[in-house]
Write a new protein. Structure first.
Lengths: 115, 525, 112
C-alpha cells in the first residue's frame, strides 16, 4: 500500500512543475520547473520498479526464494538523469546568451521571433 | 576485412560510424585542421553508404533484427528470461529502411552545403561533431525496436538539433529559437517517457513487439497513446504543437534546417510506428484515424495560411514544412481510419497510405532542396528579409533553377515528385471524404501562390545595386543542391518504380502488425 | 523507362506531360520564328511611354515581396487577426498549447 504514495507524489510534482512553467515569467524558474518535471518522471520510473522486500539482482550468494528487483527501471532513470543534466545545462547556456543580448530573462519579453 | 562480418553488423555500424566520426572530428580539427572538412565529408559519406546498404538488406530480407552484445544467431529472447527480450535490439523493417534511405541522402547533401556555408565561422570541429550526433540520433530513432532506446535517441536528436541551431548565433535570435525549441521538446520528450513508463508498468517490457502483442484499449493505454501523439507531434511540427517549429527553423543555418526536416520526420516515423505497429491491432473505431486526419488538415491549412504573410524567407519555408507534414498525416490518417476493413483498404486505404508515405521522402527531397537554395542565397547576400531581396536570378542562375525545381515540386506541379504523391493522396482521400480532398487541393494552390511570391521577389526583377557583388555559390554547394534536385526529378519521372520498390513494402509492413511482432519474437538474425 | 503510376482511380504518366511541354516549346519556337529578323533593339521605339515623363531607374520599379498578397491577408483579416496573435513567441503559451492539445485529444479519445 505504501508503494502507492509515490504515485500521488508523482502526480503532485507534475502538477507543480506545469504550474511553474505556465505561471512563472522568469526563464530560470521555468527551467527549474522543467527540472521538477524530470524529477517527477524519474520518481515515477523508479517507483515502478519497487517490489516489497525485493533485493538487488546480484546472484552471488543471494538467498534462495528471494524477490529480486528487475534493474531495468533503475537503468532508465539513470539514463534520464544524464539526459536531463545535458538538457538543463544547454537551456541555461541559451538563457545566458539571451540575457547578454536582450538584457532580460522575462519570458514575456523574449519574443523577437513571433507571428 | 571479412565481408560477412561487415554485413551482419551493419545495424551496429549505423550508429557507431557517426559517433566514431563525431568524437574524432575535434581531434582532427586540433591536429590536422586542413583535412578536417574532408574527414567529415568522408565519414558522412561512409555513414550514408552503411545506411543504404542496410536499407537494401532490409528490402531484400523483409526485416533485419540485430541484438546488441549477442553472438550472431542468438534469439532476441533468452530462454531463461521468461519471454522478455533483455538485450537492446534494433528491429529495422521496411519503414525504418525507407527513413534510412531519405536520411542518408539528405544528410550527405547537407554536409556538402555546411562545409561551405559555415567555412568562415568559429569552432567548426564541434559543430560537425554535433551534426554527426544528430545524424546518429535520427538513424537510431528509425531503427530501434525498444521504447526507451527510442526515447534516448529522441533526446539526442533534440539536444544536438538545438545546439546546432544556436551554434553560430545570430545576435541572440538563434539562442532564443533554440531555447524555445528545446523547452517544448523536452516537455514533449518527458511526456513520452512518462507514457513509456505507463506501458512498462503494465507489460513489464520495453520492447515494442511484446507491448503490441499484449496491448488492450484501456483508458490508461489511451492516455499513453495521446501522450505519444502529442510528444511526437511536437517533434514533427504538427498544429497545434507546431509553435516552436518556425522559430527554430528560421534561425538555424540553412543546412541545419534541412537536416532538421529529416529529424522531424523521424518524429513522424515514431508516431506512425506507435499508431500502426503498437496500437494497430486494437483500434475498434475510426476515431484515432479521424484525429490524425484532423491534425493533418489543421496543419495543412494553418501552415499555408501562416506562410503567406511572412516576410522572413526561412520562416515562410518553415510554415510550408508544417503544411506539407499535414499531407503525410492526411494520407496515413485515412489509411488508419479504415484499418481493419479489408474492402475499404483495398479500394482506397492502401493508396492513401502509399501516398502519405511517398510524400515523406518527397518532402525530404524538395524541402531540403528549397532550404539549401535559400541557404545559398543567404550565404551570398546575408539577407533574410524578402522585402530586401530582388534580381538575384541574374547572378545566381543555377541556384534559381534549383529553387524553381523545388518550388514547382512543393506546389505539386507535374512532372516533379510532389505531384505524384499529392495525386495519390487526393484521389484516395476523395473516395474517403470529398471535402478533405478539396481542402488539400486548395492548400496546394495557396502553396503555389506563396512560392510565386518568393520566386518573384528573390530571383526576378531588375538587378539591384546592393547585390552588384553577388556571385554564384561555390561548386560544392551547387553539388549539394544538385543531389537533391536529381532525386526530385527522378522520383517525378519514375513514380511507379519508386512506389513499387520503396513504398509498397513499407505500407505492407505497417498494415501487417503480426509481421512486425513476428520479426522480434520469431527468432534471431 | 517512364512508367504509369496507377492511383486506384486513375493513372499518371509523366510521359504525357513531357510531350505537352515539348509541343508547347515547339509552338513557342514557331511563334518566335515568325518575328522580324532585322530587329535591332534599344531604339527610341522600344522606350516605354509614360505620359511624357522620364522612365524611372530599373531598381526603383522592382516590385518587392511586401507588395504581394496584401489584398489576400486584408480580405481574410478576420481570420488572420485571430490566428497571428496565437503565435505569440512566449514559451509558456507554447507549453499551454501542448497541454490543451493533450487534454482535448484525451477527451475526444475517451468520450467518442
Amino acid at each position: 500500500m505504501i508503494a502507492n504514495y509515490s504515485f500521488v507524489a508523482v502526480a503532485l510534482l507534475i502538477g507543480i512543475s506545469f504550474a511553474i512553467i505556465l505561471l512563472k515569467r522568469n526563464m530560470i524558474k521555468m527551467i527549474m520547473g522543467l527540472g521538477i518535471l524530470e524529477g517527477a518522471v524519474n520518481l515515477f520510473l523508479v517507483s515502478l520498479g519497487y517490489r516489497e522486500n525485493g533485493i538487488a539482482p546480484i546472484f552471488t550468494s543471494a538467498p534462495a526464494d528471494m524477490t529480486m528487483v528487475m534493474p531495468t527501471v533503475q537503468a532508465l532513470t539513470l539514463t534520464n538523469i544524464v539526459i536531463g543534466v545535458a538538457t538543463t545545462a544547454l537551456m541555461l547556456v541559451f538563457v545566458m546568451f539571451i540575457h547578454k543580448k536582450y538584457g532580460t530573462i522575462n519570458a514575456n519579453e523574449i519574443r523577437r521571433l513571433r507571428e | 576485412m571479412n565481408a560477412e562480418l561487415f554485413f551482419t553488423n551493419l545495424p551496429a555500424l549505423l550508429i557507431a560510424m557517426p559517433l566514431f566520426g563525431a568524437f574524432l572530428t575535434p581531434i582532427f580539427g586540433r591536429f590536422l585542421p586542413k583535412i578536417r572538412d574532408a574527414w567529415v565529408i568522408l565519414i558522412s559519406f561512409a555513414t550514408s553508404v552503411v545506411a543504404q546498404l542496410l536499407a537494401a538488406q532490409v528490402y531484400i530480407n523483409g526485416y533485419v533484427m540485430y541484438v546488441f552484445g549477442a553472438a550472431p544467431g542468438t534469439s532476441a529472447i533468452p530462454i531463461d528470461s521468461g519471454g522478455i527480450p533483455l538485450r537492446i535490439l534494433f528491429n529495422i523493417d521496411a519503414f525504418g529502411a525507407f527513413m534510412l534511405v531519405s536520411t542518408a541522402i539528405v544528410s550527405f547533401a547537407v554536409i556538402l552545403h555546411l562545409t561551405i556555408s559555415q567555412q568562415k565561422r568559429s569552432s567548426l570541429s564541434e559543430f560537425y561533431a554535433l551534426y554527426l550526433l544528430l545524424v546518429a540520433g535520427i538513424f537510431g530513432m528509425v531503427s530501434t525496436g525498444d521504447m526507451f532506446n527510442f526515447f534516448v535517441f529522441l533526446e539526442i536528436n533534440s539536444i544536438s538539433a538545438s545546439a546546432l541551431i544556436a551554434y553560430h548565433r545570430n545576435g541572440a535570435l538563434a539562442a532564443e529559437g533554440a531555447l524555445k525549441y528545446l523547452i517544448v521538446n523536452t516537455v514533449g520528450g518527458l511526456m513520452i517517457l512518462f507514457a513509456i513508463g505507463l506501458l512498462y508498468s503494465q507489460y513489464n517490457s520495453l520492447n515494442m513487439a511484446i507491448i503490441s502483442q499484449n496491448i488492450s484499449l484501456t483508458t490508461l493505454n489511451l492516455l499513453t497513446l495521446v501522450l505519444f501523439i502529442a510528444g511526437l507531434a511536437t517533434k514533427a511540427g504538427i498544429v497545434p504543437f507546431h509553435l516552436t517549429t518556425p522559430d527554430a527553423y528560421s534561425v538555424a543555418p540553412s543546412g541545419v534546417t534541412t537536416l532538421m526536416i529529416v529529424a522531424s520526420q523521424a518524429g513522424l516515423y515514431g508516431m506512425f510506428r506507435i499508431l500502426f505497429s503498437v496500437y494497430g491491432g486494437v483500434f475498434t473505431s475510426v476515431i484515432v484515424g479521424w484525429i490524425v486526419i484532423i491534425l493533418g488538415v489543421l496543419s495543412m491549412f494553418i501552415g499555408v495560411t501562416m506562410a503567406i504573410p511572412q516576410k522572413d524567407i526561412k520562416r515562410l519555408l518553415s510554415y510550408h514544412a508544417i503544411s506539407q507534414t499535414g499531407y503525410m498525416l492526411l494520407g496515413v490518417g485515412v489509411a488508419l481510419a479504415v484499418l481493419g476493413d479489408v474492402t475499404l483498404i483495398d479500394s482506397f486505404g492502401n493508396m492513401a497510405m502509399k501516398g502519405g508515405l511517398f510524400h515523406i521522402i518527397n518532402h525530404a527531397m524538395y524541402k531540403g532542396l528549397l532550404f539549401l537554395t535559400v541557404g545559398a542565397v543567404i550565404y551570398r547576400t546575408g539577407v533574410w528579409d524578402l522585402n530586401k531581396m530582388g534580381g538575384l536570378g541574374h547572378k545566381m542562375k543555377w541556384t534559381m533553377i534549383f529553387f524553381l525545381i523545388g518550388a514547382l515540386a512543393i506546389a505539386g506541379i507535374p512532372p516533379f515528385n510532389g505531384f505524384a504523391s499529392k495525386l495519390m493522396i487526393y484521389e484516395s482521400t476523395f473516395a474517403f471524404n470529398p471535402i478533405i480532398a478539396i481542402i488539400a487541393m486548395v492548400v496546394s494552390i495557396l502553396t503555389l501562390a506563396s512560392f510565386m511570391k518568393v520566386f518573384h521577389s528573390v530571383f526576378m526583377g531588375p538587378e539591384l545595386l546592393e547585390y552588384a557583388s553577388v556571385r554564384e555559390v561555390p561548386r560544392r554547394m551547387l553539388a549539394s543542391m544538385a543531389i537533391l534536385a536529381m532525386f526530385v526529378i527522378a522520383f517525378g519521372f519514375v513514380p511507379d518504380l519508386v512506389v513499387d520498390m520503396l513504398i509498397t513494402p513499407v505500407a505492407e509492413s505497417l498494415f501487417n502488425q503480426g509481421q512486425y511482432i513476428h520479426s522480434i519474437l520469431g527468432g534471431g538474425l | 523507362m517512364i512508367g504509369t503510376l496507377a492511383t486506384g482511380f486513375g493513372f499518371w504518366n509523366p510521359l504525357m506531360w513531357i510531350i505537352v511541354i515539348v509541343v508547347a516549346i515547339f509552338f513557342s519556337w514557331l511563334l518566335w520564328k515568325l518575328g522580324e529578323t532585322n530587329y535591332e533593339g534599344n531604339i527610341w521605339q522600344t522606350a516605354p511611354y509614360l505620359s511624357g515623363n522620364d522612365e524611372p531607374e530599373k531598381e526603383a520599379i522592382h516590385i518587392r515581396a511586401g507588395n504581394m498578397y496584401w489584398g489576400f491577408t486584408k480580405a481574410l483579416s478576420v481570420y488572420y487577426d485571430h490566428l497571428i496573435p496565437l503565435h505569440s513567441g512566449i514559451v509558456s503559451d507554447y507549453i499551454s498549447w501542448f497541454l490543451i492539445g493533450v487534454v482535448v485529444l484525451f477527451m475526444v479519445v475517451i468520450l467518442v
